[in-house]
Design a protein around this ligand. Structure first.
Ligand code: SF4
Ligand code: FE
Length: 499
């Protein structure tokens, strides 16, 4: 299907003007410069996020999605049914199980390359879910959201842009609906509508990669009732739209990079990014509004998004590969790689990691088609994947620390290594087996520290627990899809009871 993407209307033309097509990682990094964003980190307003040493590794991790598209187009690109042109897979709406299988392979590979969160999947999964939900709304409500969405998607694909997905509201009192909160801003909502668009106010939390994105799609995070109509809104805004403020998330050991050197940071070139995003009367032209008051569709949007996104957590298997490799290297440097208990621990780590991968891939192969023509991961298996991710990385991390030994947390700093009094002592006494440089040994231990208690433990552990829904959210879905009554009948028939 090749359809013509309409040019943006005069009203929104200016919004698209700053975005010239991006081909390379370097183009992408340049495209982030010079924007008028309000970003705070450690109590200070940041002039240019691209040049900030703590923010830079997160930009570099996202840039890897552009590098992979050039290095391995087989898994990291697709053909757009809108334009007939090759596009980055992060902007592709899945057209069959094979697309979802390749998506999982791409995410694992990017996890291997970066050892952290590369931040581009929330936007991808928002595009996937909106394709079908806007279609359903138009069929049933006579709206024209799907055409608006396709026009937006076409522009984004032509320019190869990064989309962030803003879903999680602050939520305030969790026992209350959005309209029952004492402060209405605890869920993002419409404050007023004009002839040309609407204004939204509120905040979104835990926004992965938002400062590194070009556009942000905001969506509801819970099922909504008629009284919550003003909260049932979906729209797309440039990441530097007037009225937006970002407050960068503090991460464990994030300022180690400021100490100079590249040992203590563990993984100095790559990191994730999470921030709070505050919306103060942000204008959204109707061309970029994809839901406005259709509250009954909030639940299907959230459910479809989670089916895609819980399978996206296959990304953590790429990080698991790095951690298995780091633990094996640490054992090798210690001269014990061949010890049977070490080999067994590496087998256990691999088994856990591949179990996550198996559930993600199964959810892709068992995908279902939606009325819009988009394909979506099997909901049960996607939830099993994410539920595995809430547990197995913790055990993999424990085993990596077990193999690494206590030096992981008692080792002197790079500055002590550089000190002429202590440097020689450290080199002498941190030696492993013959032929191994003590500094290499320190570097591999710092990487394990980085992934299990340092900056990228944010992505490998706590995000694995809470990202795309905390464990209980998956258990609710698993309970709903478990078909216990049918299973009871199977047992009762064989036992010849209760029929
Ligand atoms: Fe992608 Fe994984 Fe980061 Fe989520 S946690 S954005 S799925 S890399
Ligand atoms: Fe996430």
């Amino acid at each position: 299907m090749n359809i013509t993407i309409p040019d943006p209307t005069d009203a929104i033309q200016t919004l698209w003007q700053p975005f010239t097509p991006i081909k390379t990682a370097e183009d992408y990094i340049e495209s982030l410069r010079g924007r008028n964003m309000t970003v705070y980190y450690l109590g200070e307003k940041i002039d240019e996020p691209v040049d900030h040493p703590v923010i830079w590794p997160s930009i570099n991790a996202l840039a890897e999605t552009y590098r992979l598209a050039i290095d391995n187009p087989e898994i990291a690109t697709a053909t757009s049914p809108l334009t007939g042109q090759p596009i980055n897979r992060f902007l592709h709406v899945p057209e069959g199980p094979q697309d979802l299988v390749l998506k999982a392979e791409m995410q694992r590979e990017l996890g291997r390359r970066t050892g952290t969160c590369f931040q581009r999947c929330v936007g991808m999964d928002a595009l996937g879910s909106l394709h079908s939900v806007t279609y359903d709304m138009d069929q049933e409500c006579g709206t024209d959201y799907h055409q608006r969405f396709l026009a937006f998607l076409g522009q984004v694909q032509k320019r190869n842009l990064v989309i962030a997905g803003a879903m999680t509201d602050p939520k305030g009192d969790r026992s209350k609906a959005p309209h029952e909160q004492s402060d209405p801003d605890l869920f993002l909502h419409v404050t007023r509508r004009t002839k040309t668009g609407m204004y939204v106010t509120g905040a979104k939390m835990h926004l992965t990669g938002c400062i590194n994105s070009h556009w942000v799609i905001f969506m509801p995070t819970v099922r909504l009732s008629e009284n919550d109509k003003d909260y049932a809104v979906v729209g797309a805004i440039p990441a530097d739209a007037p009225g937006l403020t970002y407050i960068y998330g503090r991460q464990s050991c994030d300022t180690r990079i400021l100490d100079g050197g590249d040992i203590d940071a563990g993984n100095p070139h790559y990191s994730g990014q999470e921030a709070m995003m505050i919306f103060d009367d942000v204008f959204v032209p109707f061309e970029h509004v994809f839901m406005d008051g259709e509250y009954t569709y909030a639940a299907s949007l959230v459910e479809r998004f989670t089916s895609y996104h819980r399978a996206s957590y296959v990304c953590k298997t790429g990080l698991g590969d790095v951690l298995v490799g780091a633990a094996a290297t640490a054992a090798d440097y210690n001269g014990v790689e061949g010890a049977s208990h070490i080999r067994d621990k590496l087998v256990e780590m691999t088994y856990l990691n591949e179990t996550i991968y198996a559930s993600a891939k199964a959810s892709a192969y068992q995908a279902n088609e939606l009325p819009s023509g988009a394909w979506i991961n099997d909901a049960m298996l996607a939830n099993i994947c994410k539920h595995n991710v809430t547990r197995f990385p913790y055990e993999i991390a424990r085993l990596a620390q077990d193999i690494a030994g206590g030096l992981l947390v008692t080792m002197p700093s790079e500055k002590d290594l550089d000190n002429e009094e202590t440097g020689g002592l450290i080199r002498k006494f941190l030696m492993g087996r013959d032929g191994i440089d003590s500094v290499d040994r320190m570097k591999i231990l710092r990487l394990i520290e980085n992934m299990t208690i340092g900056r990228n433990a944010v992505g490998y552990l706590t995000e694995s627990l809470h990202g795309a829904g905390s464990p209980q959210a998956q258990r609710i879905l698993i309970a709903r899809l478990a078909e216990i009554d049918n299973k009871k009948k199977l047992a009762q028939r064989l036992a010849n009871v209760g029929q």
